[in-house]
Design a protein around this ligand. Structure first.
Ligand code: ATP
Length: 596
């Protein structure tokens, strides 16, 4: 395939030729070779059948039971019966060849699609949280579905291209043997047309590239509309929302129309022009007084079929070119994810005897630090509260503690070693998390607590008891087999939060980071979670982002974060004495004015 297929004018092609071939055909080289071989054989059977049909028909017109003719360089002396038998055998062989010619493309295309999806999702699953969280809403869903489908269409077109190209070459070769002048004219014109239609191909690729982008925007718009469906109803924004989505649909619709149109137009134009050329050729032969009816009929038939194959070559080549932007987007996403995969440490981690931040700084965007020079030490089994105004950097600290993000400068030490030196599997077992918003799988309660880990029923029940959710679960008719999840109403917000706490406790971690829920909890659940956390005191190292001052009651020490800086880290009594923000926050919580 030439570079021209990419049709990139504004942007550079991001896929090398080898990567393109890999995406178009996967690793099914043998199937591709078999497809080419079957196409050649099928081409020969077709060419032979057509040449014989023309000769038999011409002989029938003349009358007689024998054919004695010269077809190009071939001389045929045989009875009509023998020729009909040979033609029949050729058609039979062609019929049998249709089986591999149907099975092989289907196998190649299905394999390419599955492997593209597997590789893409693997890369996403292994990507860093930083890259995962930067994805535009709906982007991965769109890439995994629409973009991959379109890229797979490129694989289908490649099989059509291989099949039709070899058929075309065999037919042209046969035509050349029958009548070299006619074949050369048609062959030469085909190549010329291929070149002439190049601007249309490039235009098609440009439309496809815009269409690929428009589809990402469309998917993002739909994902957002689903997420904000409730607000859209409440704020009476249904019509503007419909218009917004309508515009997104309109954009991709227009581009899809143009891309489709060009895809069809190129092949159709090619075939019509080839037919026009044939009619002109026949007219020329008529004027010159053509004599060789049999071979002439044969070459015309073969060239007509070559014209059809040529049309398929043109059309599929155009379609492959138009599938490239989708393949590039898919490959770019794979690369982006794969490059960000966090490195795997090797040190075992069986317990956490202490951790520390040493001058840790972090910025989401260069030049705008969110955390600056944070240093602290925490002993095993301490309960640490984290407070600070909104936007101070508390959630960012949580992400660093969990190793979802790495410090830009400074060190995060666990047991005196850099945290990223530990084996990930050990880390995930020892360090756990309860988010502010409970997020459940659409699955049973027990699967939600287990969360894909190899934990037995006992561990699940033990964790549910610790999280004070076991009694609730046992009161449901299906117990631990009750289906819960984002769209299932079986459980209240407080219960969901306790299921998430049970999930965090199930593998008996050494450290839990808990973003305290503020909104979802009913007083009953709040009390139960409080009890559960009290029960964990002195057993695990606990970090709690406290949104309420009352949560700090159970904390040994409290970190005060203001503007990304640690402005206090002490016991409550000492902070009350020395820390302005803490005093202010306690006074607000107590309903009195701040002191000092
Ligand atoms: P809150 O209590 O309101 O949740 P917080 O103390 O947890 O706030 P963070 O969420 O850590 O604060 O945010 C700290 C700063 O980092 C804020 O200015 C925020 O805008 C910025 N920030 C947070 N997440 C990102 C992100 N993914 N990309 C860019 N900036 C971010």
């Amino acid at each position: 395939m030439t570079d021209e297929v990419s049709g990139q004018q504004a942007t550079k092609p991001t896929l090398s030729k080898r990567a393109r071939l890999n995406m178009l055909l996967g690793d099914r080289r043998r199937s591709v070779v078999a497809l080419a071989g079957c196409s050649i054989l099928s081409g020969f059977t077709e060419a032979g059948t057509l040449a014989l049909i023309a000769q038999i028909a011409a002989s029938l017109v003349k009358g007689g039971k024998h054919v004695n003719a010269s077809i190009g360089h071939f001389h045929v002396h045989a009875s009509m019966g023998t020729l009909i038998e040979v033609a029949f055998a050729l058609t039979l062989l062609r019929l049998v060849l249709q089986i591999p010619l149907s099975v092989l493309p289907a196998r190649i295309v299905a394999g390419v699609q599955a492997s593209m999806r597997v590789r893409l999702f693997d890369a996403f699953a292994r990507a860093s949280w930083d890259v995962q969280s930067r994805d535009v809403e709906g982007q991965l869903q769109d890439t995994m579905t629409t973009q991959v489908m379109q890229a797979t269409a490129g694989a289908l077109q490649t099989t059509i291209f291989i099949n039709s190209l070899f058929t075309f070459l065999v037919l042209m070769g046969t035509a050349f043997a029958l009548n070299s002048v006619a074949a050369l004219i048609v062959g030469g014109t085909s190549v010329l047309l291929f070149g002439l239609l190049r601007p249309l191909r490039r235009l098609g690729v440009r439309y496809s590239r815009s269409l690929s982008q428009a589809q990402v925007e469309y998917a993002g718009g739909i994902a957002e509309a689903i997420r904000l469906a409730q607000e859209t109803q409440v704020f009476g924004a249904v019509d503007p929302q419909r218009k917004r989505v309508g515009v997104l649909i309109g954009n991709s619709n227009q581009l899809a129309f143009r891309a489709q149109l060009l895809g069809k137009l190129v092949g159709n134009l090619y075939q019509s022009l080839i037919y026009m050329l044939m009619v002109a050729g026949i007219a020329g032969l008529y004027l010159a007084g053509a004599k060789y009816a049999g071979s002439l009929g044969g070459v015309i038939l073969v060239l007509l079929r070559a014209g059809t194959s040529g049309q398929l070559v043109q059309g599929s080549y155009q379609s492959i070119a138009q599938a490239l932007p989708f393949m590039e987007r898919t490959q770019d996403a794979m690369n982006r994810y794969a490059e960000s995969a966090p490195k795997e440490g090797s040190q075992p981690l069986t317990q956490i005897s202490g951790l520390a931040f040493e001058n840790v700084s972090f910025a989401y965007n260069e030049g705008r630090p969110v955390l600056s020079e944070l240093s602290f030490e925490v002993a095993a089994n301490e309960v640490i509260g984290i407070i600070g105004p909104s936007g101070a950097g508390k959630s960012t600290i949580v992400q660093l503690l969990l190793q979802l993000r790495a410090p830009d400068t400074g060190r995060y030490l666990v047991n005196g070693r850099r945290a990223d030196e530990f084996a990930r599997a050990d880390w995930h077992k020892q360090v756990s998390y309860v988010p502010q918003e409970p997020r459940l799988l659409h699955a049973t309660v027990s699967e939600n607590i287990r969360f894909f880990r190899d934990l037995d029923d006992e561990a699940v029940t033990r964790a549910a008891k610790l999280a004070r959710i076991d009694e609730d679960i046992m009161s449901w008719p299906m117990g631990y087999e009750t289906l819960v999840g984002p769209r299932a109403d079986a459980v209240s917000g407080g219960q969901q939060q306790r299921i998430c706490l049970a999930r965090a406790l199930a593998a008996q971690p050494e450290m839990i980071v808990l973003d305290e829920p503020t909104s979802a909890l009913d007083p009953g659940s709040e009390r139960l979670i409080g009890e559960s956390l009290q029960g964990l005191k002195s057993q695990v190292t606990l970090f709690i982002i406290a949104h309420r001052m009352s949560t700090l009651d159970m904390c040994d020490r409290v970190m005060v974060i203001v503007d990304g800086r640690l402005v206090g880290f002490d016991t409550k009594a000492l902070l009350q004495r020395d820390n302005t923000y803490y005093r202010h926050a306690s006074a607000l919580a107590a309903g009195t004015s701040p002191v000092g």
